[in-house]
Design a protein around this ligand. Structure first.
Ligand code: MN
Length: 213
């Protein structure tokens, strides 16, 4: 059995300043994310059969997990997966950054303009009452869907493949933005790593494309 561990960030806690402050990043990563991992590992210890199962597989098959750990895995396996994903789709702010490759075409096709795409995403992030996430996911038919989930629920459980996600729990922004979630969302676009998101999109499309014989 291999316990789940906290992934290292590929940038410093201060690297997303001034949009996301170093103190928030450190607490978010070293305390909140670590807590999800500790809780997940404690649950898996009760069912060593799942000791080497990835969080992705756990989340995809939540319904078939033993009932006594299902909710713990949903919340903490979700928390572990979501945060690991979140750290990867952010990067230090660049002067300009845009979607690349086939993602550019998909955004045009589904949302006409990048501005419109951002507006719809912002609406999803603002509309999530309480704690949760806003997502852009690839559907089983290859379309793009903007949606949100409560708590630490993840699109994978719904059969979707997330390519972009924003944590709108207060712990993600309260130190710097207090109750100003709209300002947090607006500033967050500066630290989105579009090359990562574009790559995830390409991989997602590749994975759902029917394989020819
Ligand atoms: Mn969080």
């Amino acid at each position: 059995m291999t316990p789940h561990t906290l992934p290292k960030l590929s940038y410093a806690y201060s690297a997303l300043e001034p949009y996301i402050d170093a103190e928030t990043m450190e607490i978010h990563h070293a305390k909140h994310h670590q807590a999800y991992i500790n809780n997940l590992n404690a649950a898996i210890e009760k069912h060593p059969d799942f000791g080497d199962t990835t969080t992705e597989t756990l989340l995809r098959s939540l319904g078939s997990l033993p009932e006594d750990i299902r909710d713990v895995v949903r919340n903490n396996g979700g928390g572990h997966f979501n945060h690991t994903f979140f750290w990867k789709i952010m990067a230090p702010p660049k002067e300009s950054s845009w979607p690349e490759g086939i993602l550019t075409d998909a955004i045009s096709k589904n949302f006409k303009t990048l501005d419109n795409f951002k507006q719809l995403f912002t609406k999803a992030a603002l509309g999530r009452f309480g704690s949760g996430w806003a997502w852009v996911s690839v559907t089983s038919l290859g379309g793009l869907e903007i949606h949100s989930t409560p708590n630490q629920d993840n699109p994978i459980t719904e059969g979707l493949i997330p390519i972009l996600g924003l944590d709108v729990w207060e712990h993600a922004y309260y130190l710097k933005y207090q109750n100003r979630r709209p300002e947090y969302i607006e500033n967050w676009w500066h630290v989105v790593d579009w090359s990562q998101v574009s790559e995830s999109y390409s991989k997602a499309i590749e994975s759902i494309r029917p394989h020819s014989a």
